[in-house]
Design a binder for this molecule. Sequence first.
Ligand SMILES: NC(=O)c1ccc[n+]([C@@H]2O[C@H](COP(=O)([O-])OP(=O)(O)OC[C@H]3O[C@@H](n4cnc5c(N)ncnc54)[C@H](OP(=O)(O)O)[C@@H]3O)[C@@H](O)[C@H]2O)c1
Length: 240
Amino acid sequence: MEPSNPIVPQTGVGKRICIVGASGKLGRYMVRHALDRGYEVVGVCREQSVPKLAAFADRITVVGGDTNDREVIAKAVEGCDAVLTVLVPWGVHDYASGTARAVIDHAKPGARLVFSCGWHITRDGEDVYSWKIRAAVAFARLIRFTRLVDMDDQYRATDLIFKSGTRWTVVRGSDLEEGPSEGLPVWARHVGDPLLASNMTRRIDFALFMVEAVTDDALVQEAPAIVGCKTPSALAAHQS
Ligand SMILES: NC(=O)c1ccc[n+]([C@@H]2O[C@H](COP(=O)([O-])OP(=O)(O)OC[C@H]3O[C@@H](n4cnc5c(N)ncnc54)[C@H](OP(=O)(O)O)[C@@H]3O)[C@@H](O)[C@H]2O)c1
């Protein structure tokens, strides 16, 4: 068994956290960060993806099943102080919105609920998007007929969350890259803020932001748009 990282503050000791979508790339990074902080971790993923969590098998409880299955979620979130959920744009069966609804309905009252999505989600319509992002969203909508992707399902999911009255945070990721951690990403309320201009975050640090949000009450009912703390735009904003 891998020991916890001794230099990470043990903010999760005595607390249980559920990670919905734990087998994906972001999910597995979140599992690592949560274990490093001493959380007891319950991971949820599709049955066929359970082997992707083999490296953690002796350290976490794995619940296999579709994440939009209400019974699966009810079982997984029982007794959890926080639920971290990957909102997936794949498929056309209301997977993301079904997952969000199940988490909202079954998490214990007062639990911290943290969801992942991309910059394209807007809470108040005040985000200013580049033509590249608008074109990417338009393209994703156009290829809905392939039945591979349903961008609108992520919009439905986040609308449910924004209206839920729960202790939610919707973390909106920039473009992502792999690589070692650079530290906690910085954030702005709206896309278009010069702080975000570099549009790049390490995936490991997106996961770090999700886990740190659990104990950051300033992020309750916020939809932070994040960017890597070492990117040129973040460094320039820090200097000015
Ligand atoms: N990729 C980016 O550039 C980017 C940018 C901004 C924000 N984000 C956000 O970051 C989060 C993670 O995205 P990611 O791209 O890094 O991928 P990821 O972490 O690998 O997550 C993909 C997830 O989708 C699930 N999945 C894949 N195909 C599916 C299907 N047909 N039906 C149901 N579930 C399916 C995977 O589950 P299995 O393990 O079971 O396959 C996994 O949980 C998402 O919320 C995304 O909106 C991504």
